[in-house]
Write a protein that binds this ligand. Sequence first.
Ligand code: HEM
Length: 450
Amino acid sequence: MARHAVLPPGPKGLPVVGNLFPFRNDPLAFSTAIQRRYGNLVAVKIMNSYVICGFSPEYVRYCLMEHPRSFRSIQSEGGNLRLLLGDGLLTSEGDFHRQQRRLVQPSFHRQRIDQYADTMVNYTQDTLCGWHAGEEVEMASQMQRLTLRIILKTMFNVDDMKQIDTLGAAFNTVINQAPHRFFWLRGPLANLVGRTTKDQDEQFTNGRTTLDTFVSTLIQQRRSNKQDQGDILSMLLAASDEGESLSDQQIRDQVMTLMAAGHETAQNSLCWTFYLLAQHPRVYEKLLAELRTVLQGRAPTMKDLAQLPYLEWVMNESWRIYPPAWRIGRRAIEDIELDGYRFPAGTIFLLHQWVTHHMPELWGDPENFRPERWDPAHQQKLPQGVYFPFGGGPRICIGMPFAQMEVRLLLATILQQYYPQIVPHQHVVPLPRVTLRPRDGMHMILQPVA
Ligand code: HEM
């Protein structure tokens, strides 16, 4: 940022490093604290740069919805995600991103998504077959297996239980490693702080090789058998956008992106929802009563979802309290005039679901898990940008309808049979990595439903 620019208020931090350590070590608490102390537009000094945190809805609207073309996603600039996902949708930019988005979008149309409902429910019932009343499970890995299996089947017509655990472990290593790397800050000091160890690099490379081998085998098999399987992989292989086919590398990047983005967030959503329900038995009872009235003990279908409003409010509230995507980063590609400040091109803006979703001035009692706040009868109309678990504007999560259907179907299936309880004395801590995950997993006891 240019030296002469007047900055919004913010913490100066220590000499040389600025706020590096609190920003890096506890970004949830740090961001919440600076919003309370300095307000809704805060300049945070980190080493020799500033990042601008915009906490209130107008900044979310400005960056994501009103001026998306003035910014690019910091995910596209580097880091482990970019190394893994290449030029996939999440990590590409500009015309290429828009072209790829047009290509992939039809696979996420409502009618298409509705066809996945049976797979989602059947696989959940399969998972339930392996569970036993009173046993302890580690819910994060259970939900990872389930959501990964669902994404592989629905997107790529693969059902290979043998590989699921290996792929899950590889994703955990690759995506969640090296959290301290600030690839988007520039300069020698940033490189020094962001350095990874040889061990970490090796783990990353091994994980990526496992995932790469899986995806390239999948593509080769499909190319050789040439049958249209009616899934997104067949569509990508057949696609020619303005006469030009996608290269295997481009297909690989999209497949990897959908695999990664399609399970990690849903897995965490489910974990956090079980956690919240375990702490709020009255909410669970109300939800169970709704499920019983509508489903009468049978498995849910896509059509049932419209009859299950309380389930939808529970999910909305869970995404508010524990947003799986907890922060979105953008870099300005041109000068930005905002609230009387002039930010030069290159400035980084951070938008924080975690903070905005917990601001008392927006939510009244943000720390209370209260699904009723989503009842349209009481709910005041939320201004755009107050609630953005799926982002917004042209880069809004393409998998949103898929995820909204998936988590509700899975919960409706599981919660009729079990009410998972938190293992006593467990200290559950949200860990902000690429997504917000429970730091030490989520150990739960499967209490059978009477
Ligand atoms: C609860 C579940 C989910 C949450 C909370 C979530 C959240 C998000 C958010 C916040 C973004 C925007 C990132 C940004 O603006 O920089 C995003 C983008 C994306 N999501 Fe999701 N997501 C979820 C599920 C899914 C699923 C199931 C899929 C695929 C099957 C998916 C695929 C993607 C892709 C490909 C993008 C990039 C879109 C683009 O830039 O055009 N997501 N997601």
